[in-house]
Ligand binder design. Structure first.
Ligand code: 2P0
Length: 325
């Protein structure tokens, strides 16, 4: 019996991934760039055993079947093929988030699974290959193998679509604050949302060009450690991603009334001299991007609107690590 435990942190994209061109290989339409977060992570244990008669998945103590389980099985099957084993596996994952944050958890889940499963199967994959393996479970997981600021190269095939760190230890005061507005399960999954957009949004060709330009601009801004420029690019990129959804047929949105309230609050705060920017993903929660020095001013402005308990500060975090073997 062989087992391994890995810890992976989630990430928030500053230049978003929103569309696949191959859903089996999980090749994205565009490059993307993210910040790995310290405060949100998953610990996953994988155990291969000749005694098991099927794969098993337990998340936060609950046995899981359905779509999530299928994606886990897909990654386990790739690992079995790579390591020439036919044993089934038990996967046990625990999510560590400050509360039921409803923030993207598939990134940390599949990055941890890639490292724990490949190690438990006796392989020692390079980080590039771990990134490629994590990608097969969930696109955003490709980036969570690395800490700090990370780029996912869309590539042209399975071998060339992987992530690379731009700055693993962020050496300037970039910080992110999640505003928790709604922790219910999202109505349109990322997978379905992005597929619908690629198929029906007339803005999609423009989005590809937007991302290409934003990748260049944000890498320069990171080099200059210019938090305002990084925030400005991220906010504009997020709005353009969400515009794809509104322009699809039928159109849809992940925003709710509180999302718009938070967006206005951050725009107003910036207009009154405190530099901060927002980004949103496949759900209503808003993430604020700012310089650590401005944290208390931002908290003071947002607390009366959303409550102190719903503001979760997170620092840049590390890449995926092995905890136990
Ligand atoms: C991102 N998101 O770049 C984008 C921005 C949400 C909005 O990646 O279908 O869970 O498993 O590849 O990675 C969330 O989508 O979707 C995501 P799949 P995933 O972070």
């Amino acid at each position: 019996m062989t087992s391994a435990v890995a810890r992976a942190h989630t990430n928030i994209a500053l230049v978003k991934y929103w569309g696949k061109r191959d859903s089996e290989l999980m090749l994205p339409q565009t490059d993307s760039l993210s910040l790995t977060l310290n405060e949100f992570y998953a610990d996953t244990k994988v155990e291969f055993s000749a005694q098991l008669t099927a794969d098993e998945l337990i998340i936060d103590g609950q046995s899981v079947s359905g779509k999530g389980f299928k994606k886990v099985q897909k990654v386990l099957s790739i690992v079995r093929q790579m390591s020439q084993t036919d044993q089934f596996a038990r996967v046990e994952s625990v999510n560590h988030v400050p509360m039921a944050a409803g923030l993207a958890s598939s990134a940390s889940a599949f990055a941890a699974l890639a490292m724990a499963a490949s190690t438990a199967a006796g392989m020692k994959l390079s980080r590039r290959d771990l990134s490629r393996l994590a990608r097969r479970g969930s696109g955003s997981a490709t980036r969570s193998i690395y800490g700090g600021l990370v780029e996912w190269h869309r590539g042209v095939d399975d071998l060339t679509s992987y992530a690379e760190p731009i700055m693993e230890t962020v050496d300037f005061p970039l910080e992110m604050m999640a505003i928790l507005l709604n922790t219910e399960q999202k109505k349109v999954s990322s997978t379905l949302g992005m597929q619908h957009v690629v198929e029906t949004s007339p803005y999609y060709p423009a989005w590809r060009e937007v991302v290409q330009a934003d990748m260049q601009k944000i890498k320069l801004a990171i080099e200059k450690r210019d938090i305002n420029e990084i925030g400005h690019i991220a906010q504009t990129n997020a709005l353009r991603m969400h515009a794809l959804n509104l322009a699809a047929d039928p159109g849809f949105t992940y925003f709710n009334a509180a999302t718009l309230q938070a967006m206005h609050a951050i725009d107003n705060l910036r207009a009154s001299g405190t530099n901060c920017y927002y980004t949103m993903d496949a759900g209503p929660n808003v993430k604020v991007i700012y310089d650590r020095a401005d944290r208390s001013k931002i908290q003071a402005a947002l607390t009366p609107l959303f409550g102190a308990d719903n503001l979760v500060v997170s620092q840049p975090g590390p890449g995926t690590v092995l905890l136990d073997q």
